[in-house]
Design a protein around this ligand. Sequence first.
Ligand SMILES: [Zn+2]
Length: 322
Amino acid sequence: MPKTMVDYKWDVGTYFTKKEELLEAIKCYALENGRNIKFVKNDKRRVRLRCIGGKGKCPWTAYCGYMKAIKIWQLQKIVDNHTCSREFNLRVLSSKWLSKKLEKIVRENPRVKGTEIREKISRKWNVGISRCMAYRAKAIAAKNVEGSFKEQYKKIYDYAYELLARNPGSTVKVNVEENEREPIFKRFYACLKAYRDNFISCRPIIGLDGAFLKGKYRGELLTTIELLIEDLGGPAVCASYTSISDRQKGLLPAIQELLPGVDQRFCVRHLYWSRSRFTTKAQSDTLVNNMSEAFNNVLLHTKTKPVISMLEDIRLVSREII
Ligand SMILES: [Zn+2]
């Protein structure tokens, strides 16, 4: 389906491999253009559509048939001409269908209000929905979002095994805390072999982001650094690396504790640059902790996603960087 259905021109012969694709295309078309498209017929063999805008005088009609032999739906007839004008209340919208469009909004803000949803929809597509539909659509979206979060936590071990199976020689560790009712997820550590091998031939700089060293995650990040040191060949090897970070409290002594004598640099964005502080050991221009910040940018957009979707985003972005 094209990215936007605004002013989409339908062509006879266009086909859809699934009926859902066809229905989705029609609903998006109706929504994005404010056309009151009605399903006159909708069964296993035919989908007949009509625009009921312009007080029922609009000539737009379409017919799609199922071609059994090749199992596709095809647009066979079309009068692609509207005399109606944009309408605000569309019959084609259903709360279930709308809920799919709302999942991102609900994921980012689970407490979004019905009125905000109505405003967003009105702003984005210039169509109106009732209070009742906004409420129902939000409820369905919230249930789906919560469901996908829970489902993905349940699959975290499967994901870890899959990652290991596809990347032999990697380290993948899942940590959960036993709890009376159900286990609580604590940590996911992954050091993929390809990344590790590549890293060893790169400039030996490790970027750390102190933002994650605050509060209750502090212990988790330190454990992660310990695991990473082990993966990279132990403290003796890592002590020859340079670590670059912003100047977060607690990061310095923590790193010194784990890697005594390691060369530490600060991101110049957070520091008045004083050249004397730099040794000649790491001949690198990477003074700004750009890599970590590029990473954070991705995290910012992915942190509201369910855990496995988030891990996959991180994996893909790491592959691009390395
Ligand atoms: Zn029309």
